[in-house]
Design a protein around this ligand. Structure first.
Ligand SMILES: [Zn+2]
Length: 469
């Protein structure tokens, strides 16, 4: 069996991954707060943990891996969006979840096995909060319930900070009812305009952190294997998740391996609305600000070109190179199903703390040496759909939709007929003439033993096909 090694934030070391139960490997990743389109930076953890999910499925079997990613559908940002637009909260969260699924699927990511919505797990959250109060780790104050950080000696261990450091470095919400400024909200009161649920502490809503602790416990148990997320979540979110879960369920380990991906930049700068370099995944997929559309495979490939624990820089240069590489690989793996045995070197790179950059380097070698079956398999394992990549790319570059969808099937039939005849007569002159005419008209010709495929390119001009009718 392939040995997977993962860098564990908890121990700050690369460790061999040994699941609690190889028949039931469990991973939890913090999901989005659903009120707006995902930006490119939001997509990085989704792609990173999708690769890990695929690797775990490859090693342990698809039926033996459970991947949970939550939707935060109760949050003050959602409430603010509802107030600003006059729309129903559920309509906003449903619509955003639909966008999220479509955008992430365009990046070749698989849906997690379970996608719990916070609002569907309020009762388990209330039960966990009550349990934390009973055990002396939380207290009620002015309609709020707060977690008492001083009641948990290991608070700060994940990020390696002391409570004093955290107070000094963090933007802590100061409130008169807090015993310690670091104490964080488990439950807060809701007014009539804000979503709320009945609880022993009055009508209110949960804090953000408790949702992941309660949902992971309900769906994966008190001990599970991997917890993932962006490194911006390490503190305070993950620190607080650990405190809640460890105190509510001291019988368990909570998550045993913590993985954090680094952030994304654009052309060397932090992506921000004020710098004018902010864009959503959908902006890229559809084309924005005069830029051509970018296929999802290209976005995925560029992201995987950088190791997940390093900052990833999205650049125009990388986009162009990725298009070129995937285009070449697409024509090389044509008609191959990717069902071959995996290339050991490729798999070893991937299993070495998800060294996707190293894995891609092995794929470049396979492309060069003509190991197209290996390349097809590697692409499949990495979640890159090369099957019709050129077709997608060519279509995207054709701004005119009618040209993109131009029906070339009769020319495909005609060329196949000519080719079959030429195989018998050994005279390929008619085939060559037609191929030249097609190329002239901006059509790429691909021929395999059994079929002919014609693809319109950017400079496709259907009027030049008239002579072929
Ligand atoms: Zn979380």
């Amino acid at each position: 069996m392939t040995t997977i090694r993962l860098h564990n934030t908890k121990t700050r070391r690369k460790e061999e991954f040994i699941p609690l139960d190889p028949k039931n490997v469990r991973m939890y990743v913090c999901g989005p707060t659903v009120y707006d389109r995902a930006h490119l930076g939001n997509a990085r953890p989704v792609v990173v943990f999708d690769v890990l999910y695929r690797l775990l499925r490859h090693v342990y079997g698809a039926d033996h891996v459970t991947y949970v990613r939550n939707f935060t559908d109760v949050d003050d940002k959602i409430n603010a969006r509802a107030a600003a637009t006059g729309r129903d909260i559920r309509a906003i969260t449903d619509e955003t979840i639909g966008w999220y699924h479509a955008d992430m699927e365009a990046l070749g990511t698989l849906r997690p096995d379970l996608e719990p919505r916070a609002t569907e797990f309020i009762a388990p959250m209330v039960a966990m909060i009550a349990d934390l109060i009973a055990k002396g780790h939380a207290y009620e104050a002015e309609g709020h319930v707060l977690f008492a950080v001083e009641s948990y000696a290991d608070y700060g261990a994940l990020s390696g900070r002391s409570i004093d450091d955290m107070i000094a470095g963090a933007r802590v919400e100061v409130a008169p009812y807090k015993r310690n400024p670091m104490d964080f909200v488990l439950w807060k009161p809701s007014d009539d305009q804000t979503p709320g649920w009945e609880s022993p502490w009055g009508r209110g809503r949960p804090g953000w952190h408790i949702e992941c602790s309660a949902m992971s416990y309900e769906l994966l148990g008190a001990s599970f294997d991997i917890h993932g997320g962006g490194n911006d979540l390490q503190f305070p979110h993950h620190e607080n998740e650990i405190a809640q879960s460890a105190c509510a369920h001291p019988e368990g380990d909570f998550a045993r391996y913590w993985l954090h991906n680094e952030m994304l930049q654009v052309e060397g700068k932090k992506m921000s609305k004020s710098l004018g370099n902010f864009f959503t995944v959908r902006d890229l997929l559809d084309g924005h600000d005069g830029q051509p559309p970018v296929p999802g495979e290209v976005i995925r490939f560029v992201m995987l070109g950088t190791h997940y624990r390093k900052p990833m820089d999205w650049t125009e240069k990388k986009r162009v190179e990725a298009e070129r590489t995937l285009s070449k690989w697409s024509s090389q793996v044509m008609d191959r199903d990717g069902e071959e045995r995996p290339n050991a070197k490729f798999l070893a790179a991937l299993a070495d703390d998800l060294n996707t950059a190293g894995a891609i380097a092995v794929m470049r070698e396979m492309s060069k040496s003509g190991d197209y079956d290996g390349l097809a398999h590697a692409a499949k394992l990495l979640g890159l759909d090369l099957g019709n990549f050129d077709l997608v790319l060519a279509g995207m570059h054709n701004a005119d939709v009618s040209l993109r969808q131009y029906d070339l099937s009769k020319f495909e039939d005609q060329l196949l007929e000519l080719r079959n005849a030429a195989v018998h007569s050994k005279d390929f002159s008619k085939v060559d003439t037609m191929k030249r005419a097609l190329a002239d008209a901006g059509v790429e010709v691909r021929m395999s033993k059994s079929r002919v495929e014609l693809i319109t390119l950017k400079d496709f001009d259907p009027t030049k096909l008239e002579g072929l009718r």
